[in-house]
Design a protein around this ligand. Structure first.
Ligand code: AMP
Length: 415
C-alpha cells in the first residue's frame, strides 16, 4: 500500500517517526529538523480524516524510564507544528484506552518506546558471554513480539516514516508490521523519498556516475566503497583516507592520519578499480599543517611527500581541480564525507570545491545525493543545501542502504 492510495478517513494510523530531537539542559528543542521532516506524512493523515497515534524513541534510556528522555518535553512543539492539540500517553504499552477514544483529526503521542527493552529487543543485564544469554535472547524476542502486537492493537494501519532507524529491526520499526496485512501498512513520505534517493544511485543510475567518499577513515567506508565499485564511473576517495593510500603506495605522509592495518586494503581497492575500469581519483596534493588547529602554519605539498612533523588536513589545489573535473560532467553524484578537516575554516577549501562542483553539476541536470552527517554539515556550512537534489536524513540507515544491505524497516513493509 502507498500513503497516497490509502483511505485514512475514519481510520486510526499508528505512525513511527524519528522525534529523537536534540534538547538543551532545559528540555528545549535546539533543532526541530526531524519534527519538520515528519510533517508531510502526519498532516496528510489528519487532512484525510484519520486519527494519529505517533510513536518514537528519544536518546538511549536502555529499557528504563529516564526523565531526560521523555517525549512529554516535545508535546507543545509537536502540537505547534501540527497546528492541533496533542494528547500524551505516559506509558506507550498501556495506551489502549486513549487510542480507542481518539476521534478523526485527533492526535496521541506515545511516551518513549525505548523505556521498554522490548523496543530494541536486546536482553538487558546479561553479558553476551553468559551461557544463559541465548535463552535470554529468545525470551526477549518473544516479549518483543508481544510489545509490537500491543502497539499494533491501537490502530487500523501502520505507517513507518522513521528512516533514521530503518536499519534496525526494532518492535516499532519492523516487528509491528507483521500484525498488519499488506493493504494496511505503508511507508511515509519521508521514507518514500529516502528509498527513492537510494534507488536513484543504486538502480536508476544516469551516467556518468561519480561517488565522492571522504571522512577520516577507509575502514568505516569500505562496505560502501566495495558496493559502489561495481556501479560508478568515477570514484573520488579523499579526506583522511588519502594518507592510508599514499603510504600504501610507498609515500611519506609525516604525521597524517593513517590506518596502518589497512594498507593492503588500500592497494586492493586500487587494483579493484583498475580491474573494473573505474576512474579512481585520489588527492595528489594536500594542504599540510604543523598542528591540528585552524591557526597552524600550512604548506601545499604532494600527498606522498609530506615533511616530518606535518599532517595532511585538506585537499590541495591540483586535487580540487581533479575532483571538480570528475564531478562536473557527472549525471549521478553521491557524496559522503568531507575532503578535509572542514570544521576549521582554513582546511575547508577541498570540501567547498566538492560542494561547488556538485551544485554546478546539479544545475546542469545531474541527480545529487548528499548523505552522512558531515557532508550534510558541509553543504549547510557553504550555504548550498538548496542547490543539491536530495540531502538524506538518515546517517547509519543511508550508509547501510548504499552498502547494498536490506533495511529491515523498509523490507517489513515492501517485502
Ligand atoms: P567520518 O565520520 O569518517 O565521515 O569523518 C568525518 C571527519 O573526518 C570530519 O570531522 C573531518 O574533520 C575528518 N577529516 C577529514 N579529513 C581529515 C584529515 N585529513 N585528517 C584528519 N581528519 C580528517
Amino acid at each position: 500500500m502507498t500513503i497516497n492510495d490509502y483511505k485514512f478517513a475514519g481510520k486510526k494510523a499508528i505512525v513511527r517517526v524519528d522525534f529523537n530531537v536534540p534538547l538543551n539542559e532545559n528540555g528545549q528543542i535546539t533543532d526541530d529538523t526531524r519534527i519538520r521532516g515528519a510533517l508531510p506524512t502526519l498532516k496528510h493523515i489528519l487532512e484525510e480524516g484519520g486519527a494519529l497515534i505517533i510513536m518514537s524513541h528519544m536518546g538511549k534510556p536502555k529499557g528504563k524510564v529516564v526523565a531526560k528522555y521523555s517525549l512529554k518535553q516535545i508535546v507543545d512543539a509537536v502540537s505547534a507544528a501540527l497546528g492541533t492539540p496533542v494528547q500524551f500517553a505516559e506509558d506507550c504499552a498501556k495506551a489502549a484506552e486513549q487510542a480507542a477514544a481518539l476521534k478523526a483529526g485527533e492526535v496521541l503521542l506515545l511516551e518513549n518506546l525505548r523505556y521498554y527493552p522490548e523496543e530494541e529487543g536486546k536482553p538487558v543485564g546479561i553479558d553476551k558471554e553468559d551461557p544463559a544469554y541465548e535463552e535470554a535472547k529468545k525470551a526477549m524476542k518473544a516479549s518483543q513480539k508481544e510489545f509490537a502486537k500491543t502497539l499494533a492493537s491501537y490502530a487500523d494501519c501502520y505507517v513507518n516514516d522513521a528512516f533514521g532507524t530503518a536499519h534496525r529491526k526494532h518492535a516499532s520499526t519492523a516487528v509491528i508490521a507483521d500484525y498488519f496485512d499488506a493493504d494496511n501498512k505503508m511507508l511515509g513520505y519521508l521514507m518514500e523519498k529516502e528509498v527513492e534517493a537510494v534507488d536513484n544511485i543504486l538502480k536508476n543510475i544516469k551516467r556518468p556516475f561519480t561517488a565522492i567518499m571522504g571522512g577520516s577513515k577507509v575502514s568505516t567506508k569500505i562496505g560502501i566503497i566495495e558496493n559502489l565499485m561495481d556501479k560508478v564511473d568515477n570514484l573520488i576517495l579523499c579526506g583522511g583516507m588519502t594518507y592510508t593510500f599514499a603510504k600504501a603506495n610507498g609515500g611519506e605522509i609525516g604525521k597524517s592520519i593513517c590506518e596502518n592495518d589497512k594498507l593492503e586494503l588500500a592497494l586492493d581497492i586500487i587494483a579493484q578499480a583498475k580491474a573494473k575500469g573505474v576512474n579512481l581519483v585520489l588527492a595528489t596534493d594536500c594542504v599540510a599543517a604543523d598542528d591540528f588547529c585552524n591557526e597552524a602554519n600550512t604548506q601545499v605539498c604532494p600527498s606522498n611527500a609530506i615533511p616530518e612533523g606535518w599532517e595532511g588536513v585538506d585537499a590541495g589545489p591540483e586535487s580540487r581541480k581533479a575532483f571538480a573535473a570528475a564531478i562536473e560532467g557527472a549525471k549521478t553524484i553521491l557524496w559522503n564525507g568531507p575532503a578535509g578537516v572542514f570544521e576549521f575554516d582554513n582546511f575547508a577549501a577541498g570540501s567547498k570545491a566538492i560542494a561547488e562542483a556538485i551544485a554546478t553539476a546539479t544545475d546542469n541536470g545531474a541527480y545529487s545525493l548528499i548523505g552522512g552527517g558531515d557532508s550534510v554539515a558541509c553543504v549547510n556550512k557553504f550555504g548550498m543545501a538548496d542547490r543539491v537534489s536530495y540531502i538524506s536524513t538518515g546517517g547509519g540507515a543511508l550508509l547501510e542502504a548504499i552498502e547494498g544491505k536490506v533495511l529491515p524497516g523498509v523490507a517489513a513493509i515492501k517485502g
